[in-house]
Design a protein around this ligand. Structure first.
Ligand SMILES: CC(C)(COP(=O)(O)OP(=O)(O)OC[C@H]1O[C@@H](n2cnc3c(N)ncnc32)[C@H](O)[C@@H]1OP(=O)(O)O)[C@@H](O)C(=O)NCCC(=O)NCCS
Length: 303
């Protein structure tokens, strides 16, 4: 088996590999068919990630086909990692470990961060054996947002609005100040993308001070909120409600919140959201603790 960089000609095979890995794993371990039949939707990963981080994916070839893939996301303070997937025919043969070791080597000592399922002992074992340390538990929440919206409460002096390029610098500094990471590239991409797949909102208080930000991806293959961050749980809840109302009417929305943010979790239940899974935020190497009211995401998995 040999490692090489991902090429555009691999996109269909990679889509099939990621779909096959997830669908098989969830069917066999959790009796869940949540990933459906349509592998082509999983082209979202190579397509969207090559747009964001060109050339940052490694595949492993074996027996004349692709055995595994990993995407990585180099940023100023750290590297994000994900998605990682091994073709079910190659499971348990060290494919994911070798891909991860390649990324760890390329990162050259930078801290690595990822989000992985707390219900998947295979990925948990893979990452913790490689030195990743779980820091935070997240609840995956799902909600079909009614066509008529959720009913946003208008608060004096608080507003949630689409962000603009002019906001990028203060969003970057805001995240650095609250949770110790920088990823300017993501915000430029989310705000500036021409095809409208990515969305980015900010919450401001009276006087225009920045209280939070929340991104979203609206692609047929993945509709999800994040990345996001808020100064407190009250802001996080109001910002979340505002973005769900503005972007997700009539759609199923998925988002992650820290399980230790009880007030925010209660607000999500109040909207009718249900738990779908649990995830762990893990770090390899030194790095700021995962503080703040964060909304991590699988797309882009850069924080
Ligand atoms: C998770 C996944 C990528 C693992 O891929 P894989 O190629 O089968 O994994 P590997 O064989 O490289 O590595 C598994 C490691 O975990 C170890 N391991 C597995 N189960 C373990 C357990 N219960 N306790 C301790 N270690 C365990 C293995 O020994 C191996 O380590 P080693 O190579 O040092 O011996 C694969 O199951 C997959 O694609 N799943 C679906 C997609 C997914 O969940 N991706 C992760 C998203 S976060």
């Amino acid at each position: 088996m040999r490692l090489r960089d991902l090429h555009e000609s691999d996109f269909d095979e990679v889509a099939g590999l990621i779909h096959g890995a997830l669908a098989t794993w969830y069917r066999e371990n959790l009796n869940s068919e949540r990933f459906g039949e349509d592998a082509s939707l999983f082209r979202a990963f190579p397509e969207l990630y090559e747009g964001l981080d060109p050339g940052c994916a490694v595949v492993m070839e074996g027996e004349g086909r692709l055995a595994g893939v990993v995407f990585y996301h180099p940023r100023e303070t750290h590297w994000g990692v994900g998605i990682v997937a091994t073709h079910p025919d190659f499971a348990g043969r060290g494919v994911a470990r070798r891909l991860m070791e390649e990324v760890i080597g390329r990162a050259g000592g930078m801290p690595l961060r990822l989000v992985s399922s707390a219900m998947n002992l295979d990925s948990f074992s893979l990452y913790t054996r490689l030195g990743f340390v779980p820091q935070r538990v997240y609840q995956d929440l799902v909600l079909r947002v009614p066509e008529g919206g959720l009913g946003v409460v208008v608060n004096d002096g608080f507003r949630v609005r689409r962000s603009e390029m002019a906001d990028v610098e203060r969003v970057v500094d805001f995240e650095m100040g609250l949770s110790g990471i920088r990823r300017e590239k993501d915000f430029r991409h989310l705000i500036g993308n021409a095809d409208g797949v990515w969305r980015m909102w900010i919450a401001e208080g009276e006087g225009g001070d920045l209280l939070g930000f929340l991104g979203a991806v609206m692609h047929p293959g993945v509709r999800m909120l994040g990345p996001g961050l808020a100064v407190d749980q009250s802001v996080a809840g109001r910002m979340l409600r505002g973005v769900l109302d503005a972007e997700f009417r009539g759609f199923d929305a998925l988002w992650l919140v820290p399980a230790d943010c009880a007030e925010l979790v209660r607000e999500c239940y109040g909207m009718g959201a249900r738990n779908a899974e649990l995830h762990l935020g893990s770090v390899r190497g030194s790095g700021a603790p995962m503080g703040g009211v964060v909304f991590p995401t699988f797309m882009p998995e850069s924080g």
